[in-house]
Design a protein around this ligand. Sequence first.
Ligand code: ADP
Ligand code: MG
Ligand code: MG
Length: 918
Amino acid sequence: MSKKNVYFFGGGKADGNESMKNLLGGKGANLAEMAGHPSLRLPVPPGFTITTEVCTYYYQNKKKYPAGLKEEVAKALKKVEAIMGKSFGDPSDPLLVSVRSGARKSMPGMMETVLNVGLTEKTIPGLIKQSGGNQRFVYDAYRRLMMMYSDVVMEKAAGIEPKDEMGIRRQLERIMDARKKERGVKNDVDLNVEDLKYLCAEFKKKIREVLGQEFPDDPMAQLWGGIGAVFSSWNGKRAVAYRNIEHIPHEWGTAVNVQTMVFGNMGNDSATGVAFTRNPGNGDAAFYGEYLVNAQGEDVVAGIRTPAPINQYSQSEHNKDLETLERKMPKVYKELFDIQKRLEKHYHDMQDIEFTIEKGRLFMLQCRIGKRNGPAAVKIATDMVKEKLIDKTTAVSRVTPEQLDELLHPIINPAEEKANKPMAKGLPAGPGAACGMIVFTSADAIRLSKEGKKVILVREETNPEDIDGMRAAEAILTARGGMTSHAALVARGWGKCCVVGCSALEIDLSKKEVEIEGAGALHEGEWITLNGTKGLVYKGQLKMMDASSENEILNEFLKICDGIRTLNIRTNADTPEDARKARQFGAEGIGLFRTEHMFYGKGSEEPLFKLRKMIMSSSLEERQKAVGELFGHVKSDIKATLEAMEGLPVTIRLLDPPLHEFVPHQQQARETLAGSLNISMEELEKRSDSLAESNPMMGHRGVRLGVTYPEVSEMQFRAILEAAAELLKAGKKVFPEIMIPVVCTVKELTDQLDIAKKVYAEVLNKFGLKKIDHMFGTMIEIPRAALVADKIAEVASFFSFGTNDLTQMTFGFSRDDIGAFLPEYLKKGILADDPFQTIDQEGVGELIATGINRGRKTNKKLKVGICGEHGGDPRSIGFCYRAGMNYVSCSPFRVPIARLAAARAVLANKTAKKGKKK
Ligand code: ADP
Ligand code: MG
Ligand code: MG
């Protein structure tokens, strides 16, 4: 027997069901479910679905249909006719149908639908009789059919590409507009029978004139024309483009649904509408929707008239004066209300529904899982768990990390954003929105923000010296740079709004002015608003909204995630403030505390000066003196953060960057330094020159400093252990993890461990303590270290993968210089993703897996984590989970996202395993 191509639904039965989306498309599967599932059996106009496989066949066989399709369609149509007691093409009592597209995944507005198919000169009188003599309705339906059919079937499906504004639909609309004008009416509904008859006649003429063909007056020709056009619309330009963006495979194909027409345009007791079982904008558990009296489905979406709210809850500024469906048709509303409740119970998710009311009778035309924004997704998932509608794993699977991200930042009030046109567009580098006054230098940003002003730092590009200004600003906007530029990295780390690479900007620093292509010049102090999630720049001060106002819900949701995840989530934090913030977000430790932080930014003058003395020392004696002076600063800095973490693990990394980074460049600073060291300027010059390196990233840094200057490591070990000891003595809890960076061989580590052991004994002795709980471990950020991880793990108690450097060294890409070629690599598909944003699982990932496996071979208890940028990237977190890490560490702002991503990683892995078993 040949394959079944046509699936019937109606009269309380259906051949298909909801699980058959691949074959019947989403629309067809859900129509079948609503019509035929024993616990639903909703009033769905009967019809049938031609499968997606027919579409595939059609394209593989030079647009021919499989054998037997015509017969199957005829048979299904007979069944529909039997239920309806009407026949397709019957002049005295005609059945009309819609021909609707419907792919596996919804592609809103991308494909075509034709309504009122089967209406011809011959069947018009029959329909008039059916409608109780409503000629207006019939001619309205006829002109709609002509508009849709000529556009979809005769023009688009025929491959005709008219010039702008010359499409047949536009041409017919112009005839209609002219008639309305002539008659002095505004709305379509105000046209009378005569007008509509006139339009039908004019439309026919126009169609003949423009397309050189008669509008088909045969019902069967219309039906098959419609079916073919829906299949063609699968490969329409818009649809193809949409699939490319959404990564929907082109070979899926669309189904075609042929369904009995019901009419929302039969008069004032008829209507059509769309609704959601919960508010998709904020997740409120309230029925929410709009409807139009005396209209056909397309009108609601087309925005021809302002739709009315279905109930009080759905009222807004725009529609508050219009009568609700609940008041206008209380009985129908009640029925609809009950149905939507049942639908939600049945599907266990928020539904988006289409309905039509024909002369007071309700029909369901579509249902599908409703799209929602971030705040709504979180609220709905959390509420549904409480309502016992879904379990916790389902809740977690329903919220994407991107959606959660929406909750963590202020956004522009959506209505305001809609009403304003952006003046420029750049790359969305830091999420959320911000508004502030333009400043052009970091110093101005700091100065004005101290005065309590909100500022946005506008720069050509930022560099590390802008850090304080960037901190002080509400947001950052740059004219150059990409998604991994300095500004982008820093802003993302802080969760700060940022737009980069906005090439429409022309900055004139001398005039403190920015010229924006197409929008004119703006000066310091003028307001702008940024949408960092989309990369948009607006003029003026747009209203903001705090999307995290439902924090209660957010926390509840994250607790659900915590119950599922197994990975621990830590944070990268260098200050007690960051540490506390991260703990509020749920961080369970610090995965990276960088000692060098104390030498940058606010309050850094003194320690920096002492560090510089240390760097510029040329003898052991000199250096020991400088190191001694530095000790107190390092200790108190570490102590404050250890204290803030109250016994949670804190991974403290020893001094990492190349020393010459700290060499002063300003004349005055150099003179003071020379004075303090008691050396001449020439001598200072000589010493600082000797520190210069041709490739500092691979130079004298990290553990190499500790090997060459053991006294520097010794001071740091002592600072860490004494800070811990003092806190222990004060009755506090602490757990420092000492981390050695840039290690490539085990011997570097033993070398350092020997120093650490000596210091540990001394500190115990000094404080009269028996022990200080702590760990000694290393970063794995050089490929060699990953390869010899078995040896390293004999000395290290933990590994922390520094994936930024590991990526740099594995690829041989300098992160700061990839701007020149990475965009091209991505465009050409040479790389699928920026490896600095999401872990390259194939290469870098292999090194990580090797490192973990080899490490655990010699040290079963080896603790493993990640502290690179990737620790906050959901896809990378999934990888870390599968690789068997114990924790990921990310910036404080990313902690909630990491909690969700870690829970989703558990679910994804389960599904993947199940899939394999099958
Ligand atoms: P889309 O997928 O673009 O929403 P649809 O196939 O759902 O396209 O149809 C477009 C509009 O026509 C919708 O408002 C729908 O409710 C309406 N419609 C489709 N089929 C019928 C029908 N048989 N009777 C009444 N209205 C219909
Ligand atoms: Mg629809
Ligand atoms: Mg590093």
